[in-house]
Design a protein around this ligand. Structure first.
Ligand code: ADP
Ligand code: MG
Length: 267
């Protein structure tokens, strides 16, 4: 079995002021909605535990509002947990100082945002090379690297086009190429393909799987679509109303082997 890369231990994220009363209710088993009505606190995540192994594709699924994005953003500390820990290669994120956190985000973990946040005043090459530019890598070196990634996502010949000229699917590819160019060990993706039609989504997932295995990347991806998860995930975590609901083989989940999870997913 490959090595553990990331551990999440007893992670909770509560939004609102009256957190101690809300925590007591959650501990006693109240559901998120009741807790919100009583205390005004949203328990976005409650007592989440998981382990991600190096090189695996791990998918977080759940209904809208279940806490997927909140959890994903804890992996690079864009979200600070209310309690609990995220540990990367045996180092707790909470213990990193500002500089360490900056380096961690630059070198280890790269997030692909839902909207992709491409810069419209830059061409494809300028967007893909951006992360390397921030790292202070020379123009020749960063452009060479960026061109490789552009080729990898099938956009050769488009490098000097403005992103505004590209189709939605092509922009997604630029976003992926940009994330890959950073040489991160881990990619975080929040529903990266939800705006695409199913055929293109399938193509993108396949591309992503291929790139991850070629580069030995670890991918943590949020999806609300179990079929998409099943296409690439080695493992799936299901969260429901902020609580852990299932962690294991995606195929078992699809086959309805876990009755609770099957009910939650309407299968
Ligand atoms: P998902 O990505 O699964 O749709 P989110 O992680 O975005 O869910 O949200 C989980 C819960 O936390 C939701 O109830 C949402 O309303 C709440 N939430 C998310 N971000 C905030 C915030 N900044 N302030 C208050 N509540 C939030
Ligand atoms: Mg979300």
């Amino acid at each position: 079995m490959s090595e553990t890369l990331i551990q999440v231990k007893n992670l909770c994220k509560l939004y609102g002021l009256n957190r101690s009363e809300a925590s007591a209710m959650m501990r006693a088993g109240s559901d998120k909605n009741t807790v919100y009505q009583k205390t005004g606190v949203t328990a976005a995540l409650w007592d989440i535990n998981l382990e991600v192994r190096r090189g695996e594709i791990y998918v977080l699924i759940g209904l809208s509002g279940s806490g997927k994005s909140t959890l994903l953003r804890c992996f690079n500390r864009l979200n600070r947990p209310t309690s609990g820990e995220v540990i990367f290669e045996e180092k707790a994120l909470a213990e990193m100082n500002k500089q360490e956190l900056l380096e961690f985000r630059r070198n280890k973990i790269s997030m692909v945002f839902q909207s992709f946040g491409l810069m419209s005043h830059r061409d494809v090459l300028g967007n893909v090379a951006y992360g390397l530019e921030v790292k202070g890598i020379s123009r020749a070196e960063r452009e060479e690297k960026a061109m490789k990634m552009i080729e990898m996502v099938g956009l050769s010949g488009w490098e000097h086009k403005s992103c505004a000229q590209l189709s939605g699917g092509m922009r997604q590819r630029v976003g992926i190429a940009r994330a890959l160019a950073n040489d991160a060990e881990v990619l975080l993706m929040d529903e990266p393909f939800s705006a695409l039609d199913p055929a293109l989504r399938g193509e993108m997932l396949q591309l992503l799987e291929q790139v991850c295995s070629e580069q030995n990347l670890t991918l943590l991806m949020v999806s609300h679509n179990l079929d998409d998860a099943a296409r690439i995930a080695s493992r799936t975590l299901l969260i429901a109303d902020g609580r852990f609901a299932y962690d294991g083989s995606t195929q078992d989940l699809l086959d309805g082997k876990d009755p609770l999870a099957a009910a939650l997913l309407g299968r």
